[in-house]
Design a protein around this ligand. Structure first.
Ligand SMILES: [Zn+2]
Length: 470
């Protein structure tokens, strides 16, 4: 990790911003900041050229100038970490301030255990690198496998799965096995950045229901039969969208490794990998999807608490179960309010009707300097309705809403699996399945570590060479 200071003059107002770029382990990352004087968005990309040990920033709407110039503003950028927001430049403060790397490291550690910050940071780094590697190398294959499944093209599906998974564990000889193969491949693709902790709860709850009321569980599975492929299609699109926006979200993703999040963090720290416009579409699309697939949660709650998946709660607004598919999305998401166990699949704070409405109606403003989204969910311009949220908080919502989709996707998977089992389909012993998962993952992680070591060596050698050439 190193950091480089560059001076950029705004093409509009000529004010100069000292951009202190922290470079780390990403070969490239987006840069977004707002000019502190004329408030235009300055966009660019930071490129770390490993082979030539070179780091540069390509930027639009500002020009690189020589360091003799006095800066008006100061900002830090990083592809991986939270950074200081734009502020007026002050030599005393800004020359000696520790770089984002140390600040990020300190945030992740448990203060009573100094070693823990390095471990956490390393875990964060490994997971991001591994997922980015997969988005570039594994996604096309994962997508085509999911497409073959959605299009019910089982012959090619079996052929494609066999190219990557062993036949013994994945015989691909019936629909249950097809489902399981596709699920495995998708889960593997996402596993570096997705928390699968909820799967245990889903498995346990569904198993209990199966033991207590198998007939109604099968009824529920049959009820959703006509929805499965349509849901899959939409989930596929959201996963693809997520793979595209993940680069913008990395500093917010880093927060999940923090030991604790100080109250003032969002006010003081920001991210320069994204502007609001870069990620708002992802939030809206994913919100729509959650609202669409949410009835499955209600169905399971009904079954668990009232013995029948269509028997709705008396304590909530009175709808028929079927009506749930038609009511406005806002009402639908409010229905899942955390009072029943399957509600916990919705990550806290992920489903935010108010910010969703403001984005949908274009009743928001983005203050790029403070990185503050000021929004009006009602759209009537009444001061009492106006709310605000920091960009990093919104980016965190994008991550939690995606995690929510993956939770519900797992519940859908268990539901569809039960349907095929009830039709007499058999699958291989799941223990063999888990063993192969672990083995494959450890091989993959070793490969990535090896690759990184090689690159580090190469970089060192180039540096050495450069020095001796001087
Ligand atoms: Zn300007």
């Amino acid at each position: 990790m190193g950091n480089i200071r560059s001076y950029f003059r705004c093409d509009v107002c000529d004010q100069i911003t000292l951009v202190r770029a922290q470079y780390g382990w990403l070969d490239r990352h987006p840069i977004r900041y707002t000019c502190g004087h004329c408030n235009i968005l300055i966009k660019g990309i930071a490129i770390l050229d490993q082979e030539n040990a070179d780091f540069r920033i390509d930027i639009e709407n500002a020009s690189l100038v020589s360091p003799e110039n006095e800066a008006d503003f100061y900002i830090e950028t990083s592809g991986e970490l939270l950074t200081e927001k734009l502020q007026s430049f002050d030599f005393e403060t800004h020359w000696y301030i520790p770089p984002p790397f140390f600040q990020g490291l300190w945030g992740m550690g448990d203060p009573t255990d100094p070693q823990s910050s390095y471990e956490k940071f390393d875990e964060f780094k490994q997971n991001v690198i591994s997922f980015l590697y997969k988005t570039e190398n594994d996604w096309p294959r994962t997508r085509r496998i999911k497409e073959l499944w959605i299009n019910e093209n089982y012959e090619y599906l079996a052929q494609e799965i066999r190219k990557i998974l062993p036949k013994k564990q994945f015989p691909m000889n019936n629909k249950l096995e097809h489902l399981r193969g596709v699920h495995f491949v998708t889960r593997f693709f996402l596993q570096d950045i997705i928390d699968y902790e909820h799967n245990e709860l889903i498995f346990k709850e569904v198993k209990t229901i199966f033991e207590q009321n198998p007939a109604n569980l099968i009824e529920l599975s049959k009820y959703f039969q006509g929805h499965f492929r349509r849901y899959d299609k939409r989930i596929l699109r959201v996963i693809e969208h997520f793979s595209e926006v993940f680069r913008f979200l990395i500093p917010a993703y880093g927060l999940t490794y923090y030991h604790e999040i100080p109250e003032k963090l969002f006010e003081e720290k920001g991210m320069t990998t994204a502007a609001f416009e870069d990620i708002k579409e992802f939030y809206i699309d994913t919100y729509e999807l959650v609202a669409e697939i949410l009835p499955i949660i209600v169905g399971y709650n009904n079954l668990k608490y009232r013995g029948d998946f269509i028997k709705m709660s008396d304590a909530k607004p009175r709808y028929e179960f079927e009506k749930l598919f038609e009511i406005p999305k806002g009402n639908k998401v409010e229905y899942v309010d955390g009072t029943e166990v399957f509600d916990c699949l919705i990550v806290k704070g992920a489903i935010d009707n108010k910010i969703r409405n403001a984005i949908g109606h274009n009743t928001y403003e983005f203050d790029g300097v403070r990185q503050l989204i000021i929004y009006d969910p009602v759209g009537k311009n009444k001061p009492s309705d106006i709310r605000s949220m920091y960009l990093v908080q919104f980016a965190s919502k994008c991550l939690s809403i995606f995690q929510t989709v993956i939770h519900i996707w797992e519940l859908l998977y268990q539901t569809e699996k039960n349907l095929y089992v009830s039709q007499g389909m058999r699958s291989v012993n799941p223990n063999v399945f888990n063993m192969s998962l672990l083995k494959q993952e450890s091989i993959r992680k070793k490969e990535i570590r090896k690759k990184m070591k090689c690159e580090k060596k190469k970089k060192k050698m180039i540096k050495k060479q450069k020095r001796s050439n001087r």
